[in-house]
Design a protein around this ligand. Structure first.
Ligand code: NOJ
Length: 820
């Protein structure tokens, strides 16, 4: 006899949360700046919603277009067997072994869905690997690395029974370097982040695991990401609502949505709607965002899940396009989880009384189950490893209501041989910022001084959620925290290498001692050949960074060492942007930004330091001279106590990252795309291949939307080639980059240079290769807010190729559209 699903255990203690939320739109917000708001029905033109989110209903149904047709039919078939109650719980998370859980339905042999963090590893995985962080992967500018990393990470997840990896991340994009989570994501540039998203997603899903593009959208600060609530645990009234990211239509399309379009095109299984409000309306009940932009314009065929506790209504969220609430069985009030759900039993009731239509709930389930069938997760999928449940801090075993059963071995070792790959990825992600007097690579130094609290072993366990004083930082805090099975520290790896050379290694790991006392013994018994200074910069979810300097008095540590040591090499392990005031110090001969490189931190660094690997990584953000040089400050406080007073106005519009510095000619210390090598490269002759299409239509042909949007946007319209040569004496990888300057006919505010192509090519010393850049229609278009489409402007474009956003070596021009 087949077991019927029995949800009676879930009926007790349900919070009677309001299942019918407010309308998706809130009152338009007063704003002294250039804000304006238009409310237009969808079937007429929607003009730049800024400060307001127009209502767009109903939620579009999936049709499986783009390759999911067969899986869609399987999902529909499966759906036809469900009871109303089962449907409701398919859309509602429950406490369980994974960070997010959808209940099993034993009578259908459905073992449920296991959703796990995160973007750098399996958060709850013992005997699993810690890969390079998102920011590191982006710094590699290496498509294959991104794919391989995604594939390998997902393989480990699968081995532990994960169906859905909660990543990768395109939001935060890095509007402000102070955001606490930029390291989980990729680059402060939509094009590079878009490539990173696409490669990672394809890699993960090729391994048979669903990927999740998060956090949708404009999730650019942690401060007030969630509402504050009255102290009463059951209160549902806000003291103040979560911050609203107020973004105009053009900026939304050209900056924040751009990489998510790549994710949709890569057939990502799910999106996670974010904590923040967008233009006044919660992201998870913003019908303009989910129904119009995501499910209509981008043609997304999968499901939208909430971030954990980002659901603030029942029916309103459902009608606005959200398909799954997480963690579901609990609701987050401030920092307090309260038992109960806007979905669950409330959703069962809403279906039964017709408040939620059968059409809508059925589409929710079909959207959830289509990727499951598409990836073959119904066939011989590994069971959830019991050990992940024991390690789950989000929903520890004593919170589980459902009697979860475990099969298969526990504490499975899923690491395979990934550490070798992670070591290579770490080296490929380490950016060489300064290298004078041939400081690097090291040439068998005999007397090495190792300085700084980031050099040595972690002293507070394998799973660090705090900025502990001692230990190398290879990952950081929040849901992206990893559980290290092993960590190669710089101290271990350098010492092992130095022993081969018979070198002396002296260590000074206490930053306080270093800065408070001079180091008379530093060069004992003779002046050191090199002083390697290790600095770290912590960052974490839920808290934004307060400063951009290195932690633990890092600048003073460098000064203290460089005062005596004429060959001081600084290595940073940090989230991303750090201002580096010591960079001009004449005794600081080299600087390496190693970001968060994962478990092979030490070994991958030794490969670079000793020249076994020639550095090739490039900055995926700008390092300015001063903190005050950065624009787009976070909203860190409000002086008033109105419910909706937390507002973040994205008034800088397209001037995000290097786009801002370039538009205002602000000098920077190290520009976007910059990074040194042990060799030198030249680039010459940038030219179109074949004849240039000068007769393109300004607007794309209107084709049936596919995942990613109108397929005409993704077609190559222009191909350029250039010659890149290795002009030095060491073999290595070059990363040629292509930037576009739009014609003057593009609307005001168009950035002077925008990345539109790059490649990573191996060149032996003296070798020359041809590099090809293929530009798609989207690459040479801007978002026309009146036409509500991507428009190629008339007039002459400039294409600039080189080795960074400020190092162009060859230009060419082209015109695609003659008339307005
Ligand atoms: C909140 C975070 O924003 C999200 O990235 C994560 O996946 C969930 N918590 C689950 O831990």
């Amino acid at each position: 006899m087949k077991l019927q699903a029995d949800y009676s255990f879930l009926l007790s203690g349900l919070l009677l949360a309001p299942s019918v939320g407010a309308s998706t739109c809130q009152t338009p917000i007063d704003h002294p700046g250039p804000a304006f708001s238009f409310v237009q029905p969808l079937n007429t033109t929607i003009l730049s919603p800024y400060g307001h989110s127009p209502a767009v209903y109903p939620s579009p149904k999936t049709n499986g277009t783009g390759g999911w047709e067969k899986a869609l039919a399987q999902a529909k078939d499966w759906l036809s067997q469900l009871t109303v109650e089962e449907k409701a719980w398919m859309a509602t998370g429950q406490p369980g072994p994974c960070v997010g859980n959808i209940l099993p339905i034993p009578r259908l042999n459905f073992t449920g869905l296991c959703l796990q963090n995160g973007p750098q590893c399996l958060q709850q995985g013992d005997y699993s690997s810690v890969f390079v962080s998102g920011v590191s992967a982006a710094a590699s500018w290496d498509r294959k690395l991104l794919y391989d990393r995604g594939y390998a990470m997902a393989t480990e997840h699968k081995g532990k029974g994960t169906h859905v990896v909660l990543g990768p991340i395109a939001g935060p994009l890095g509007r402000s370097p102070y955001d606490g989570r930029t390291w989980e994501g990729f680059a402060a540039d939509p094009y590079l982040t878009g490539v990173c998203m696409e490669e990672t997603i394809i890699g993960m899903q090729d391994a048979g695991v669903q990927a999740n593009a998060k956090h949708f959208i404009a999730n650019e600060q942690e401060t007030q990401r969630n509402p504050t609530y009255a102290a009463d645990a059951n209160a549902t009234t806000y003291i103040q609502d979560s911050v609203s990211s107020n973004v105009n239509d053009r900026t939304l399309h050209e900056i924040y949505m751009w990489p998510f379009a790549n994710a949709a095109r890569a057939r990502v299984s799910s999106f996670m709607c974010s904590y923040n409000r967008l233009n006044g309306s919660h992201s998870c009940q913003n019908s303009y965002l989910l129904n119009h932009l995501l499910k209509t314009e981008l043609g997304f065929q999968g499901y939208v899940m909430s971030d954990w506790g980002a659901t603030h209504s029942g029916v309103a969220s459902i009608e606005s396009g959200m398909d799954m609430t997480m963690p579901g069985g609990f609701t987050l009030y401030g920092e307090l989880w309260t038992e109960g759900s806007y979905f669950g039993q409330n959703l069962t009731d809403a279906i039964n009384n017709g408040t939620v239509s059968t059409d809508r709930i059925d589409d929710m389930i079909v959207r959830i189950m289509t990727p499951y069938f598409w990836l073959g997760q119904d066939q011989d999928y590994p069971s959830v490893d019991a050990s992940v449940g024991a390690l789950n801090t989000d929903s520890p075993p004593d919170t589980w209501l459902y009697p979860w059963q475990f099969t298969g071995t526990s504490n499975r070792d899923v690491r395979s041989n990934h550490s070798q790959m992670i070591r290579e990825h770490g080296a490929a992600s380490t950016v060489l910022l300064k290298n004078e007097r041939n400081a690097l690579p090291l040439r068998k130094p005999r007397n090495i001084v190792i300085v700084g609290n980031d050099a040595g072993p972690v002293t507070q366990g394998a799973y660090n959620q705090n900025n502990f004083e001692y230990g190398t930082l290879a990952n950081a805090g929040g849901s992206g925290t990893c559980r290290f099975s092993f960590l190669s520290t710089p101290l271990d790896a350098i010492t092992a290498r130095a022993r081969q050379d018979g070198a002396l290694v002296q260590t000074w790991l206490n930053n306080t001692l270093i800065t408070e006392k001079a180091m008379p013994d530093l060069w004992n018994p003779e002046h050191p050949d090199v002083c390697l200074v290790f600095l770290k910069g912590w960052s974490e979810e839920n808290i934004d960074r307060r400063f951009l300097e290195l932690d633990w008095n890092g600048n003073a540590v460098v000064e203290a060492v460089a005062k005596y040591c004429s060959n001081t090499v600084v290595v940073t392990h940090s989230a991303g942007v750090n201002v580096l005031p010591f960079a001009d110090h004449p005794n600081v001969t080299a600087i390496l930004a190693a970001h968060y490189p994962g478990e092979e931190a030490g070994n991958s660094l030794v490969d670079i330091l000793y020249g076994d690997v020639n550095p090739s990584a490039k900055l995926p953000y700008v390092i300015a001279y001063n903190e005050s040089d950065y624009n787009a400050p976070l909203t860190t406080d409000v002086q008033t106590n109105g419910t909706y007073d937390w507002q973040s106005w994205f008034d800088e519009e397209l001037e995000v990252g290097y786009r801002y510095f370039d538009a205002h000619d602000i000098p920077v210390r190290y520009e976007f795309g910059f990074g040194l090598s042990y060799t030198t490269f030249n680039l010459s002759r940038l030219a179109a291949t074949g004849s240039v299409a000068t007769n393109l239509t300004a607007l794309p042909e209107q084709r049936p939307v596919q995942p990613g949007g109108n397929p005409a946007l993704w077609e190559t319209v222009y191909t350029l080639t250039t010659e890149v040569s290795n002009s030095g004496s060491v073999d290595g990888y070059a990363i040629p980059q292509l930037y576009v300057g739009f014609p003057d006919t593009a609307p005001a505010g168009t950035p002077p240079s925008q990345l539109r192509g790059f490649d990573k090519i191996w060149l032996e010393a003296g070798e020359t290769k041809t590099v090809t850049f293929e530009l798609m229609r989207r690459d040479v278009s801007y978002w026309d807010v009146v036409a509500q489409d991507w428009r190629i402007p008339a007039g002459q474009f400039t294409f600039k190729a080189g080795f960074s956003s400020r190092d162009f070596r060859a230009n060419t021009t082209a015109t695609f559209v003659r008339d307005h």
